[in-house]
Design a protein around this ligand. Structure first.
Ligand code: ADP
Length: 620
């Protein structure tokens, strides 16, 4: 298996989990692999497909995904094809004719096609050794992406079984909730599968959250300090996609936009511009991403906070699929929580539900939003927060995220916390954050005057403190469950279950503030600029491994890759990943034999591209 991995994909070792899943498939046992985005699920069925006699049928939900995978396999010297609605009837007939002759090792197919006469006919006589289901959560009605066509899988495998030719069935997804897991096993008809959930940690990703005063300035600073690198900028509304994209383009950034309000044609064109690195930056709503396998995305910048950690981790996970260092930066503003709340309350998909169902779902959504808000405001290790959320208990700080890197000073704010709680109590737990802050800071706001709050004991009690500090105190109280925010349209602050903690003499409520180094102080742009600068200084790609000459060579290799990709009309990352180019800069091979030592260079690509890249290295 390892030899196949090296020969076709040019990698030396399997990643965690891959080997186990492959061994299981080779032993004839069904598997369910749950791995985060970018963990390397494809290789888990591609390697067995190469090792087994017969053909592997891969069920995949998206045309773009299939196309990408097949192009990559063909580049690696593997015979593969896809059959979906992007082909003409003639092309489909031709593909089936080739398939019947056993020309393909791997066939990608849309789930709906499993139930067509042509496919019946083919499967009657074909030697199908393996059926792999990609994005397997699509079979579950619990998941967001339910696709009825996936229900064909069980029937198809059952038919082959009746004939005594049951292939090994394997399924892959990044969704780990219990309902979806049970559904996948049951609805796909997996038999006593070996279920493997690999770690959710993506070590090559650097996580950071910033709270800039001016997001536009911060985004521009960040993107321009990563010039030439490929990145995705996510916004939560179409309007902000337009605004941010226009702003970047005005400043000379080659950016494309993507959202559901555009014509299909324009969306496809912009997606291609991004994939082929003609425009390395794409500004998009969360409509963008599924089926995008672009491996050289070096950063994912969230201009707004998403609605849940699930969404965030999936979107952020699109960075650094090639395993080279990449950054995930979230620009947070308290307003994001309010906007998301509004979006959740007005979700289209909820219109057909009963009042009770709507309420239940909204509550769940708001709980997820709360967890996401905590992520955005915590000063603890961000990776630890993410992993704990996904059920992997870890107590260690990662020393590789914005919070671990920041120089924080801890402050005891127990007394301030008590005053806030007193104020919440005094306004009878009927007002939101703004009024509570206004009272504490002695505001003359009309509402405060009208309600006669000037007479409260806590009125003006914390007038000497900055609003931002008090907001942090409130965040800390919410995290401690001393206060809660109701799920109403205008959320109200109330006492939480743990409010008694404050009565304990020993209890300490703390917040952390960042000690800013004067030369690096982000000013209006906030620390977005700092992460940008840091990325550049460290070299987002080479983790500092590349020196100046190395960077210069990397640029030359990148140009070569772009030229070759244009000639072959494939996306550049399909020629070689960024990580492979970095490894070339480090190893500087002088011969074809040495070139084969570079991670990501298999024999097929060596023959195709080895010489061209050697020339660049020799000339450097
Ligand atoms: P997923 O489907 O889990 O999101 P992919 O299968 O697209 O992830 O793999 C992500 C990237 O990781 C691809 O560029 C792939 O070539 C690379 N990859 C997979 N397995 C390995 C490995 N064992 N060593 C190095 N890179 C790998």
């Amino acid at each position: 298996m390892k030899q196949l991995l090296k020969q076709y994909f040019g990698y030396d070792d399997f990643r965690p989990g891959q080997k186990k899943l492959i061994d299981s498939i080779m032993a004839g046992r069904d598997v369910l692999g749950i791995m985060p985005t970018g963990a390397g699920k494809s290789i888990c069925y591609q390697i067995p497909a190469l090792a087994m006699d017969g053909t592997a049928v891969v069920v995949s939900p998206l045309i773009s995904l299939m196309k990408d995978q097949v192009t990559a396999l063909n580049q690696a010297g593997i015979h593969a094809a896809y059959i979906n609605s992007s082909l003409t009837e003639n092309q489909i007939c031709l593909a089936f004719a080739n398939a019947r002759q056993g020309r393909y090792k791997i066939i990608y197919i849309a789930p709906e096609r499993l139930d067509t006469p042509q496919f019946y006919e083919y499967s009657e006589m074909a030697d199908i050794a393996l059926v792999a289901v990609d994005e397997a959560h699509c079979v579950s009605q619990w998941g967001q992406d339910f696709r009825p066509g996936y229900l064909n899988v069980a029937a198809f495998v059952g038919r082959l079984e009746e004939k005594g030719r049951r292939p090994v069935l394997c399924a892959f997804t990044a969704t780990a909730t219990k309902e979806v897991k049970d559904d996948m096993i049951c609805m796909l008809g997996l038999k006593d599968p070996n279920v493997l959930v690999t770690g959710f940690d993506r070590e090559n990703l650097y996580f950071a959250v910033e709270r800039p005063k001016d997001k536009m300035k911060a985004a521009l600073g960040y993107v321009t300090s990563h010039a030439g690198e490929s990145g995705i900028v996510y916004c939560n509304t179409r309007a902000s996609v337009e605004e941010v994209c226009d702003m970047l383009v005005e400043h000379g950034v080659p950016a494309a936009r993507y959202h559901a309000g555009m014509s299909n044609e324009e969306r496809m064109e912009n997606q291609d511009d991004f994939i082929f690195d003609r425009k390395p930056v794409i500004v998009a709503t969360n409509a963008f991403g599924m089926g995008i396998d672009k491996s050289n995305v070096r950063y994912v910048l969230h201009f707004n906070m998403p609605q849940s950690m699930e969404n965030y981790y999936q979107e952020a996970g699109r960075a650094g699929r090639d395993g080279a260092a990449a950054q995930c930066l979230l620009l947070y503003a308290p307003k994001d929580t309010a906007t998301n709340r509004f979006l959740l309350e007005n979700k289209e998909s909820k219109k057909e539900m009963t009042e009770d169902e709507r309420k239940e779902i909204l509550e769940r959504d708001l709980q997820r939003l709360k967890v996401m808000t905590f992520y955005s405001t915590t000063k603890e290790c961000l990776r630890k927060y993410i992993l704990n959320y996904f059920g992997e208990t870890t107590h260690c700080d990662c020393h590789n995220c914005g919070n671990c890197d920041a120089d924080f000073e801890k402050h005891d704010v127990t007394e301030l916390g008590r005053q806030v709680v007193n104020c919440v109590y005094e306004v009878r737990q009927r007002f939101g954050i703004n009024i509570v802050l206004g009272v504490l800071r002695g505001s003359k706001n009309a509402k405060i005057v009208r309600y006669g709050f000037e007479g409260l004991k806590t009125y003006g009690k914390l007038a000497d403190y900055a609003e931002s500090t008090l907001r942090q105190v409130i965040d800390a109280l919410l995290q401690e469950d001393i206060l809660i925010q109701t799920a109403d349209r205008y959320p109200v602050l109330c006492l939480g279950n743990s409010y008694g903690k404050l009565k304990d003499e020993q209890y300490q409520l703390t917040i952390k503030t960042e000690v800013r180094k004067s030369t690096e102080s982000g000013g209006a742009a906030g620390t977005g600029e700092r992460v940008g600068a840091k990325g550049k200084a460290k070299g987002t790609l080479g983790k500092g491994a590349l020196d100046d000459a190395g960077f210069a060579l990397f640029e030359q290799l990148r140009q070569k890759r772009l030229a070759l990709a244009k000639e072959e009309r494939v996306p550049p990352y399909i020629v070689f990943s960024d990580k492979t180019l970095v490894d070339m800069c480090l190893k500087r091979p002088r011969t074809l034999e040495e070139m084969l030592e570079v991670s990501g260079v298999g024999t097929s690509k060596l023959v195709k591209y080895g010489e061209a890249f050697l020339q660049v290295i020799k000339g450097a």
